[in-house]
Design a protein around this ligand. Structure first.
Ligand SMILES: Cc1cc2nc3c(=O)[nH]c(=O)nc-3n(C[C@H](O)[C@H](O)[C@H](O)COP(=O)(O)O)c2cc1C
Length: 448
């Protein structure tokens, strides 16, 4: 029996702090002006996307003791930006990344419940745990929580926030002008939560919001992160965006749901992906080459290599061979505030593979970096990209994608104009919103 065609979910990621953007391109605008956020959000809404997404970075990254100025420096506060976007859009979901390590549940629950009210049911919270003591120093909490305790705090944090959201049922306010009765009961929003991490009680002061609770996203990838997502999240933001890797991750994560009494469709899997369009596939490939070289300048290649080698490589020529020195073992001390350095758990082995790649394909250090750091990109004509995205989704490599354009603010325009209509023609992407809340866009039920 053939199964029904899946509907694709699409989101727009504002590319804040990362080196996959090309801030030096003449077409690139501000990463901070409200007009940039508003432009991307409006284009996403015009294209009927599910939501707009903001990542979070709480401290400027450093390398070799200096601010990493080849990264994009500066990131305004998530809630402030999303509240402003709520005022210039009507249906687009608004997803904010907020960590559970340095915040407190009462405050975060208030902020998301408020955003859900202001936006009439469009709020989503991407719960991240944040990884480093370097970031914690901003909060006087440098190194205060061991890695194995971070998900325990995240679990308790989310559970506490849920209790706060659920402390209002939704029918407490009567506001009967004739009788003068405002509240149905004397103490709405009563809560009391006591565990090793949080010991709080009182009244939650934001009445039940349109979605009941914001949509919950999760982004961590470890065993603990996947279990957390399977037990508690409505959607997962993943980095497994190639076809085979995506299918393996999808099967793994969906396979974990049953033991928590959940159905596979209760968790939406959305990897990050980039795209480059052209009039033909060949033209798109040429454009993609140019963009990768813009993204990885010689100086950026050296900085990236330093993260792997864990040592100063400033004397090396990026257009020369892969450095012959060995990487330094142990904790990465050269780069601070960047999650990707944690991926190098076996530096010697990775350096060996880089050397082999360089020799086999006659690549310079910069060319090796360009080759190994490319994220999944949909590269081709609009027809090719629409076809490929649809294949990925129908064959369960994902339920859709969180698209990261490489130019702010106009990087999504051509995708909206060229690719979305083709997906709509195929009947795999909505031609208009059918609901008003983000839960409805994502096909998720309202919490009871
Ligand atoms: C695709 C993806 C996106 C992430 N985005 C952010 C982010 O914007 N801000 C943040 O502080 N952490 C972010 N994280 C980090 C995770 O939330 C988590 O703290 C980190 O990956 C460590 O958890 P893990 O060991 O389970 O992967 C992201 C992780 C992934 C996989």
């Amino acid at each position: 029996m053939s199964r029904p065609t899946k509907q694709i979910h699409l989101a727009a990621h504002f590319p804040g702090v990362n080196n996959t953007t090309v801030w030096s391109d003449p077409a690139a605008g501000s990463q901070i002006d409200f007009s940039s956020f508003a432009h991307l959000a409006r284009v996403a809404e015009r294209a009927k996307f599910d939501f707009f997404f903001l990542a979070e970075g709480l401290r400027l990254r450093e390398q070799n003791g200096r601010i990493h100025d080849l990264d994009v420096v500066g990131r305004p506060d998530t809630f402030t930006v999303l509240a402003a976007i709520a005022a210039v859009t009507e249906r687009l979901g608004l997803a904010g990344t907020i960590n559970s390590t340095f915040n407190e549940p009462y405050e975060v629950a208030r902020q998301f419940a408020s955003l859900d009210h202001l936006s009439a049911g469009r709020a989503a919270w991407n719960v991240v745990t944040s990884w480093d003591a370097f970031t914690g120093e901003n909060f006087r909490r440098g190194g205060y929580l061991a890695e194995q305790d971070r998900y325990e705090r995240a679990r308790r944090f989310l559970q506490t926030a849920r209790e706060l959201f659920d402390s209002w049922r939704g029918d407490e306010i009567v506001a009967d002008k004739a009788s003068g009765q405002f509240l149905r009961e004397p103490r709405p929003g009563t809560f009391a939560h006591h565990d090793d991490f949080f010991d709080i009680s009182g009244q939650f002061n934001v009445p039940r919001s349109p979605q009941g609770r914001p949509v919950i996203f999760q982004a961590g990838d470890s065993e603990a992160g996947r279990e957390f997502a399977a037990s508690s999240a409505d959607a997962i933001f993943s980095r497994h965006s190639t076809f085979e890797d995506g299918q393996a991750f999808y099967a793994d994560i969906k396979g974990r749901l049953a033991k928590f009494g959940r159905r596979p469709d209760e968790l939406v899997v959305l990897p990050a992906a980039t795209f480059v369009l052209g009039d033909t596939d060949a033209e798109a490939r040429e454009r993609a080459e140019v963009i990768r070289h813009q993204q990885v300048s010689g100086a950026t290649a050296i900085l990236f290599a330093e993260q792997l080698w864990n040592r100063d490589l400033s004397a090396y020529d990026p257009d020369g061979p892969v450095p012959e020195v060995d990487p330094l073992p142990g904790e990465n001390t050269i780069s601070k505030g960047r999650a990707s350095v944690r991926m190098f758990d076996d530096r010697l082995d990775t350096v060996r593979r880089w050397r082999e790649l360089s020799e086999a394909k006659k690549l310079s250090l910069r060319e090796v970096v360009i080759e190994v750091t490319g994220r999944q990109s949909f590269i081709g004509s609009a027809a090719t990209v629409a076809e490929t995205i649809n294949r990925f989704v129908q064959q369960d490599a994902s339920d859709g994608f969180i698209l990261v354009p490489h130019i702010v603010p106009g990087g999504l325009d051509e995708f909206a104009d060229q690719v979305v209509p083709l997906l709509q023609e195929r009947g795999v992407f909505r031609s208009d919103y059918t609901g008003t809340t983000l839960r409805e866009h994502l096909g998720l039920e309202l919490p009871g």
